[in-house]
Design a protein around this ligand. Structure first.
Ligand SMILES: Cc1ncc(COP(=O)(O)O)c(C=O)c1O
Length: 395
């Protein structure tokens, strides 16, 4: 204990860096480790976006300046068009759209805006690990909604109403899901919307992955496309994965006007605005056809086939459902192990393969690991060659 311990807030002191980043940092220390930890696509930001940014830097004398807190009007106008095209819903660039520095920052702003100590947010279990951390940091309470593993991690709708209390503020949905790769059906999501409407709570849709649905495109459904839920849905879209722009930190949030007015106070006090250079990249991205998207999806679909095939070869080590979208698979560990974290650390230290322990994604994730297949084929093959060899004594 030092004086620093005393001055750090209790919430922060008890928080930890997410297991995803912990494993990424540990694997960086293991020479030659094959890492399936971080959901960071191997793609480069597409040429037409980089060219647009270079032109802005050369020709736009304001390129280095702050923007309005909610973002450049031109980018918000393009977001309105994109949203209309994708959902059929008309929104207003000033009333409903906020440009953020990634969905993480957008969600952080949202939770900061919404949460009083003890307020509850319902998270699917497993869920994206950082949602748990963010809610904890604002003294909120994550309430776990266990998914139905036997039915490939589908939503257990019977259970949802029982989890809602007078402290519940929202339900967070990620579809396709990180970490399971599940795409929730229209029927399931409509039911979630109805329940939210009946209880006057929000559905927060965190969407980095709707562009990665492969042969399940027909199954993908966006609850933000239903007019009657407009006052109860917040939709966050990230450029990180679909445009290979994770380092640019860019996303947008679409929300009811009253909520935007409140969230602006938090955003202004903490960010001022998303970086203008990234917003200019966003304008370049949205003002031209997204010609790169079919290639991204095709490559990732091939990697999904590869990882599923490699997993099928080692049923004595992992049992998994076939992921429908995103680029994660969430197998159950079939070999004896103390817990998922110990398994992951052992695999890294003894087999040179980094995976993320499933326990980071909520209590139902214990006994599982998450593997991100957005890395190149060679990394996937190297990781599985090593896993096969390491567990060959058990086969
Ligand atoms: C569900 C989910 N939300 C948010 C993020 C982070 O998105 P961004 O880079 O836009 O902050 C990720 C990244 O892996 C994610 O999987």
């Amino acid at each position: 204990m030092t004086f620093i311990t005393d001055i750090v807030s209790t919430n922060v002191h008890h928080a930890s860096v997410s297991a995803i980043k912990e494993m990424a940092m540990l694997s960086a220390k293991v020479k030659g480790a094959a890492s399936l930890t971080w959901g960071l696509p191997s793609f480069r930001t597409p040429d037409y976006i980089r060219a647009g940014v270079i032109a802005s830097l050369d020709n736009d004398i304001d390129a280095g300046k702050y923007t309005l807190p909610d973002g450049l009007p031109e980018l918000r106008r393009l977001v309105v068009e994109k949203h209309k095209q994708e959902t059929g819903i008309e929104i207003d660039a000033d009333e409903n759209v906020m440009i953020n520095a990634g969905n993480m920052q957008g969600l952080n702003t949202l939770f900061h805006t919404m949460l009083d100590p003890g307020d509850e947010i319902i998270l699917t279990d497993p869920c994206f690990a950082s949602h748990i951390q963010q809610i904890d940091l604002f003294s909120g309470k994550p309430v776990y909604w266990p998914l139905n593993e036997a039915d490939n991690w589908s939503l257990d709708l019977e259970r949802l109403p029982q989890l809602i209390t007078d402290k519940t503020q929202a339900i967070v949905i990620v579809s396709p899901s990180n970490p399971t790769g599940k795409i929730f059906t229209e029927e399931e999501l409509m039911r979630v919307g109805e329940i939210a409407l009946a209880h006057n709570i929000l559905v927060i849709i965190d969407d980095p992955y709707s562009d990665f649905v492969y042969d399940n495109a027909g199954k993908y459904f966006n609850l933000a496309s239903v007019e009657k839920f407009s006052d109860h849905v917040v939709y966050l879209y990230s450029f990180s994965k679909a445009y290979a722009m994770s380092g640019w930190r860019l996303s947008y949030t679409i929300m009811p006007a009253e909520l935007k007015r409140e969230a602006m106070k938090v955003h202004d006090a903490t960010m001022i605005c998303a970086p203008r250079i990234s917003q200019l990249a966003g304008i370049a991205a949205l003002s031209q056809p997204a010609v790169h998207k079919p290639m991204f999806a095709r490559v990732l679909q091939q990697r999904r086939e590869l990882i599923c095939q490699r997993l099928e070869n080692i049923p004595h080590v992992f049992a998994s459902h076939r992921p429908e979208g995103a680029y994660y698979v969430f197998p159950k560990i079939m070999v004896e192990h103390a817990n998922a974290r110990a398994f992951a650390i052992d695999l890294l230290n003894h087999a040179g393969v980094a995976v993320t322990p499933g326990s980071a994604f909520g209590p139902s994730g214990e006994g599982h690991v998450r593997m991100a297949y957005c890395v190149d084929d060679d990394t996937i093959n190297l990781a599985f060659d090593r896993i096969e060899q390491y567990f060959s004594r058990l086969g």
